[in-house]
Design a protein around this ligand. Structure first.
Ligand SMILES: [Zn+2]
Length: 603
């Protein structure tokens, strides 16, 4: 059963069953149960119905024009015996006689009043919509972008390609043509399943061929609902994959242009996966499809020593993504050329790192390179209180602040879900200890006592973290870190060593502390935060969990720096090396075999 389908705005663009399916329309053998005849002139205006309607042609020939998702009329020609079209309620349609003298149509729908005529556009607007404007504008857009991208070096030497979706039609450049000279009638049109709807005419010297990229394009259209996909053969896309030889992705952070990639901010690490090239482009389709589904956040895939596929929800977004990524690849390549490391955060102003490192290679990005440490660690985990930050800050600033402002904070934020969750968590904690807290005052009193005793229970720490968050954000408090911390962090990160924090304060409190420090925002140096959700700091299992979370081959690739002997012992038992920190204001350390440092310059 085949029903001829054609687009009115461009008669050489046919329709397809998959387009009907996308619109929710069924084609079936038409045996109607409650059929009745309706005069055609009642249905010849654009309308929709409250119900799905099945249409069958009993005599002559009728045209069923269906408005597609690109606001174009898709015309189905129905003759007796051709079967029936079942059109869902919200799809706009009109039915016209295909032959003179045909004046009625057979319909089936659940109730006689189900059809509501609905004039969607004025006759003028409808004419304008259908006078080949979408058809031409999309075709012309593809050609215009081809010229721009040729000038940018993305589609030279007939390489690269562009495809833009308009409604249910996807316009694609053919294979092996000079992209900058292509004309609007030389494009292929395919549906979402890759069926060809329109083939460009043959030329005396050239038979147009659908691009080998088409299956790859379709993955982005189908899996990501892309509006446009660009394939670039730019020099920088190719070279950047060699910069990441042996790696399955390219990553960069701390660049303004990262913001141009949807869903990313300046501090985010942008990761673009890389797949291996194949002899023929169509052989890439499977690995590209897998790669797209494995990296749901990514808007692009690099192909080693070949180029890049990049997409967006609209052609404008795809173009912006393409421009930002090419810029970032250029930056990475040039930074590498200058001996700079494009993967690490900038060194804070005023931090003189070249003077306080012994034999440290400033811009080495070799993982595990020695930053002056006696062993090439991959991770250094720092405690906060008494290690990066004076105990006095926590004891004399943070804790008293939380106690002093507890009641006020609970009052002001009582209506928020977060505070309600925090209070519920505290009540559960009290209940687990056999304490019942009937009123608001009882809750406050319980928390005050717990804060005073510096209890480390997660529920209490969460609430405390939220009080501090408000204080940091309002500028009421600012954290103190020791003067040698930024330089040490920078030195380690630039030597390829990752920095993590393990502290009893909640992870969000830790992040805030390093964000609002008196030495500037240090978050860029820190890869991971661990709090007591992973376990008590004196419990050996906590350190085993941390080693697993950091993904090291062996725990001895981790160094832990703390001021508490019991914590160092627990870490040691888990196979992690420890160093004790002796800072002004810390309690006297009991004697032990651990190395003791008084400044991070000794690391
Ligand atoms: Zn290619």
């Amino acid at each position: 059963m085949s029903i001829p389908l054609v687009y009115i705005d461009s008669k050489n663009e046919i329709g397809s069953v998959s387009i009907l399916r996308e619109l929710g329309i069924d084609i079936a053998h038409g045996t109607l149960n409650q059929s009745h005849r309706v005069p055609l002139n009642e249905l010849s205006f654009e309308h929709c119905a409250n119900d799905s309607v099945t249409i069958i042609c009993s005599t002559g020939m009728i045209f069923v024009d269906i408005r597609d998702s690109g606001d174009c009329w898709l015309r189905a020609t129905l003759r007796p015996g051709d079967g029936a079209l079942t059109i869902p309620s919200k799809i706009f349609r009109r039915i016209l006689p295909g032959l003179a003298g045909v004046d009625n149509v057979v319909l089936e729908h659940s109730s006689a009043s189900a059809i509501s005529r609905f004039a969607r556009f004025s006759t003028d607007a409808d004419e304008r919509l259908n006078c080949a404007l979408p058809y031409h504008s999309t075709r012309e857009l593809v050609c215009e972008l081809c010229r721009d991208f040729f000038a940018a070096g993305w589609v030279t030497g007939t390489g690269g390609s562009i495809s833009i979706r308009y409604g249910n039609r996807i316009y694609m450049t053919p294979s092996g043509v000079q992209k900058e000279r292509i004309s609007p009638d030389e494009l292929f049109v395919v549906d979402i399943d890759g069926h060809i709807l329109s083939t460009p005419g043959k030329k005396s010297h050239f038979t147009p061929k659908l691009s080998d990229c088409s299956p790859l394009f379709l993955h982005a259209f189908k899996q990501r609902n892309a509006g446009a996909v660009l394939h670039s053969h730019a020099y920088s896309c190719n070279l950047v994959t060699s910069l990441c030889e042996g790696e399955s992705s390219f990553s960069i952070s701390h660049q303004e242009m990262i913001k141009g990639i949807s869903g990313h901010g300046y501090f985010d690490e942008l990761v673009i996966p890389i797949i291996e090239n194949t002899a023929h482009e169509h052989e890439l389709a499977n690995s590209l499809g897998d790669c797209i589904s494995k990296h749901p956040k990514s808007c692009a895939v690099l192909v080693r020593r070949h180029g890049m596929y990049v997409w967006g929800r609209t052609w404008e977004e795809a173009k912006r993504h393409g421009e930002c990524l090419h810029y970032l690849f250029d930056i990475a390549l040039n930074m590498k050329r200058l001996g700079l490391n494009y993967k690490t955060p900038p060194i804070p102003v005023g931090v003189s790192i070249q003077n306080d490192c012994n034999g440290w290679e400033r811009r080495s990005d070799k993982a595990g390179a020695n930053a002056g440490l006696s062993k090439p660690y991959k991770h250094v985990v720092f405690d906060i209180e008494g290690t990066t930050t004076p105990i006095t800050f926590v004891k004399d600033v943070l804790f008293p602040y939380a106690r002093k402002h507890l009641a006020e904070f609970l009052d002001e934020t009582a209506a928020t879900q977060r505070t309600q969750n925090d209070v519920a968590g505290v009540r559960r904690l009290a209940q687990s200890e056999g304490r019942h807290l009937p009123g608001h005052e009882d809750v406050c009193e319980y928390i005050q006592d717990a804060f005073f005793a510096d209890r480390k229970d997660t529920a209490l720490k969460e609430l405390q973290g939220h009080i501090w968050e408000a204080a940091y954000e309002s500028g009421a408090i600012r954290s103190t870190v020791f003067a040698d911390v930024p330089a040490c962090f920078s030195r380690l990160v630039h030597a390829g060593i990752k920095i993590s924090i393990y502290s009893s304060g909640s992870r969000s409190a830790q992040r805030l502390l390093f964000q609002h420090s008196d030495k500037g925002d240090l978050r860029g140096f820190i890869s991971c935060y661990f709090d007591t959700k992973i376990g008590n700091k004196r419990d050996v299992d906590s350190y085993r969990e941390i080693a697993l979370s950091l993904g090291v081959d062996s725990p001895d690739q981790i160094l832990f720096v703390t001021d508490i002997l019991e914590e160092a012992l627990a870490a040691k038992e888990a196979g992690i090396h420890s160093i004790l920190s002796s800072r002004p204001g810390n309690a006297q350390l009991p004697s032990s075999t651990f190395k003791v440092i008084t400044s991070f310059d000794e690391l």
